[in-house]
Design a protein around this ligand. Structure first.
Ligand code: SAM
Length: 262
């Protein structure tokens, strides 16, 4: 199986859409669309769009929207969610965007392009397809937020093979380096979205049954899974802000906004 096929298998496993609905993370896409000021008639690309978190609210503005993702199963669910909205769904790689130069007024990505391994190539591709004067809006989990800690707990069981951690997209200095020389002027802010579950145990059960990377991790770990499960349960217990057993965890992410020269 190629590396790209492995990525497709990972994200097609479980039920990402059900997890997103449970957690409340579909609020991030509309927030980003508003922050970037997507307008009717603009050409918009959502990179690694998944089930349409930013794609669908962008299309609701009347913009002409393309959602690109490597995983056909994600695109199929996105198209179901989008119902009658006229979105173009494209199977493709963030590292090799199948679009001409300067094709889009706006490029968006919510927790998406951060997962493509060759980060400099992805940044170059995003800059290439953005028109002069075009706008960029990206969201990525910060290394020091709860999801950053979640990644580190999991990585202790699955040491990364090579390459930069996806969390580096949540570091403004690194993102500035990635886009250096692109002519895109960047600004950064941090935002928080509450992640909701019935309990810490239910949170981990949700990941183990619905979130592809953790479904596969739990299977691969076999009798070491209970140790990871317990560490993740502890993480959701420690970071819960609800004051009850219901989980509300504030998950911090970096918002990158940019404007191309011209
Ligand atoms: C965490 S999901 C985010 C999906 C969506 N943007 C959201 O906010 O819910 C990551 C997505 O990145 C996609 N992906 C991973 N590597 C990719 C690549 N090289 N090119 C395009 N999409 C990729 C996966 O298929 C998956 O849909």
């Amino acid at each position: 199986m190629s590396d790209k096929d492995a990525v497709r298998t990972t994200w097609a496993t479980g039920d990402y859409d059900a997890m997103m609905r449970q957690e409340g993370l579909y609020e991030v896409g509309p927030r980003l669309v508003q922050a970037v000021g997507v307008r009717s008639g603009e050409d918009v690309l959502d990179v690694a769009c998944g089930t349409g978190n930013a794609t669908i609210p962008a299309a609701e503005t009347g913009a002409r929207v393309t959602g690109l993702d490597l995983t056909p199963a994600m695109l199929a669910r996105a198209a179901e969610r989008a119902a009658a909205l006229p979105i173009e769904w494209v199977e493709g790689d963030a590292e090799e965007l199948p679009f001409p130069d300067s094709a889009f007024d706006v490029v968006l990505s919510t927790f998406g392009c951060m997962f493509a391994p060759r980060q400099g190539v992805v940044a170059d591709e995003i800059a290439r397809v953005l028109r002069p004067g075009g706008r960029l809006g990206l969201c990525a989990w910060t290394p020091d937020g709860v999801i950053g800690e979640f990644f580190r707990v999991v990585a202790a069981y699955f040491p990364p093979e090579s390459g930069d951690s996806p969390l580096r997209w949540g570091d403004p200095d690194h993102v500035a380096d990635l886009f250096e020389g692109s002519g895109i002027e960047l600004s950064f802010s941090r935002s928080v979205s509450g992640i909701h579950h019935e309990s810490p145990t239910a949170a981990v059960e949700c990941y183990a049954t619905k979130f592809g990377p953790i479904v596969l991790a739990s299977q691969a770990l076999d009798d070491r899974w209970p140790a990871l499960r317990d560490e993740l349960t502890d993480l959701f217990t420690r970071t819960n802000t609800s004051g009850s057993t219901r989980v509300v965890v504030p998950a911090e992410y970096l918002v990158v906004r940019g404007r191309a020269a011209g």
